[in-house]
Ligand binder design. Structure first.
Ligand SMILES: Cc1ncc(COP(=O)(O)O)c(C=O)c1O
Length: 445
């Protein structure tokens, strides 16, 4: 092209005569999701409040991964092979590091070539698992409250979700309870099993209840799975953050070793949710189909952050590296800092045994009767959406209304709670405590 060449615009003026093709009903018509509602309210609140809005809503960290993980990520970018495609199952370095990391708690050798697949976050890993095993109309049992992505991940490949609510103790309005007191109703679970049940999803440590399922509970769920030949998708992304003994489903029996897909996440393990590195570990006969689905969905995961995760796992395993132990202690301290406000205000909560969320019971908080709410949080929404909205707009603290994690028919079970994420710096949590003191005049005793 010479310097005298001119480029003229050939843009066609927009007409109104085109009818755009309709999107798939699996995607269209979904209500505005909770993250959008909450983030919009937070942006609006920030424009009018005299102080910064504090975000304890979505579970992302307000601080960086450990220095050794950051260094590994920087080094990976300087390695030629790390800037190119990786093996669709994951870089050998990471699959070997994962096998080594899980072998002690699995109590067996893990074949890194056939029993591990690296995915784009735990989320895509679970989508791959559902895609691999579900045919139209196959059923998947999910406990409520659930991690919201499970639902569309099951429905997109044609699966049907079957809901089993965890049951909190009835007196949780008047006392702070342990997350272990949220129980599985085994009669309910048993009654929901049908010849179409293909999978059960178990999440331990649990988001948002903080429950670490006991060995006995896992054995009972596992027994139902074995008797009915059901795959257990064991979502253990918070497996480095537990404050009481933690059991892995896959370790309970040789049958459950065969039927369980264990899910993990570098995002949760190394405070790096944006890295989008996750994995599934399980019997080679299951993993080969997950891997085939994963190849079709995203082919391969980004290489540099896989390599960084591999190196970080190796570093964290060194005797002199105390990261995982320190991490648990840091989270116990975060909960100590943060939860004292509920004791001070006289609000009850569910004391978590794992993970980084706390569910707080807001039934004593009285919002002025004439408070004006937008339709987003009233039409088809339970009361927790209104409480969350009010808390953002008036107090400047962002939380998540947990009825989003229930089927609408069961939303009444959770409408008095709000979920707070404590994966923030201690200083940020101190500021949140200070801010939440503004709730005092609204509490009815
Ligand atoms: C229970 C649970 N499972 C899976 C995920 C997704 O993990 P990832 O970010 O690795 O996709 C989350 C994220 O919040 C979660 O809470």
């Amino acid at each position: 092209m010479t310097s005298s060449t001119t480029i003229t615009s050939t843009a066609v003026p927009k007409t109104t005569s085109v009818t755009l093709p309709k999107p798939s009903p699996k995607i269209a018509g979904q209500a505005k999701d909770v993250w959008t509602i909450v983030n919009e309210a937070a942006a609006e609140a920030q424009a009018s409040l005299p102080f910064p809005v504090l975000n304890l809503g979505q579970g992302f960290f307000s601080y960086n991964p450990p220095e050794f993980a950051i260094r590994a990520a920087q080094d990976a970018l300087n390695d030629v092979s790390c800037n190119q495609y990786s093996h669709t199952k994951g870089r050998p370095s990471l699959r070997k590091a994962l096998a080594a990391a899980y072998e002690p708690s699995f109590g067996r050798k893990i074949n890194w070539e056939s029993e591990v697949v690296v995915t784009s976050g735990a989320n895509e890993g679970m989508f791959s698992a559902f895609t691999a095993f579900l045919s139209d109309g196959d059923e998947v049992v999910v406990f409520e409250p659930f991690f919201d992505q499970y639902i569309s991940n099951i429905q997109l490949p044609g699966g049907k979700v079957v809901y089993v609510p965890l049951v909190p103790p009835p007196d949780n309005d008047v006392r702070t309870v342990s997350s272990s007191e949220w129980k599985v109703d085994f009669e309910d679970l048993q009654s929901k099993i049908s010849p179409r049940t293909k999978m059960i999803v178990v999440n331990s440590p649990h988001n948002p209840v903080g429950k670490v399922f006991s060995r006995e509970e896992l054995e009972k769920i596992g027994q139902i799975a074995v008797e009915n030949n059901i795959i257990v998708l064991s979502d253990e992304v918070y497996d480095r953050l537990y404050y009481k003994p933690f059991t892995r489903m896959a370790t309970l029996s040789p049958e459950l070793q065969q039927l369980t897909l264990t899910v993990g996440s570098a995002g949760k393990t190394f405070s790096a949710t944006g890295w989008r590195v996750g994995w599934l570990i399980g019997d080679a006969e299951l993993i080969k189909y997950v891997s085939a689905a994963h190849t079709r969905i995203c082919f391969a995961v980004n290489s540099p952050l896989q390599e960084a995760t591999a190196v970080a796992l190796q570093e964290a395993a060194k005797a002199e590296n105390t990261f995982f132990v320190d991490h648990v202690e840091a989270y116990k301290q975060k909960f100590r800092i943060f939860n004292r406000i509920w004791d001070e205000l006289g609000l009850t909560y569910t004391d978590p045994e794992g993970g980084y969320f706390v569910l707080v019971n807001f039934s004593k908080v009285k919002i002025p009767d004439d408070y004006q709410f937008p339709e987003d949080v009233t039409v088809g929404r339970a009361k927790d959406f209104q409480i969350a909205y009010w808390l953002i707009k008036e107090i400047g603290v962002v939380t998540i209304p947990p009825t989003e994690f229930y089927h609408p028919e069961h939303a009444h079970l959770a409408e008095k709670y709000l979920r707070f994420a404590v994966c923030k710096t201690d200083d940020y949590l101190e500021q949140a405590v200070e801010r939440l003191r503004l709730l005092k005049p609204y509490i009815q005793h």
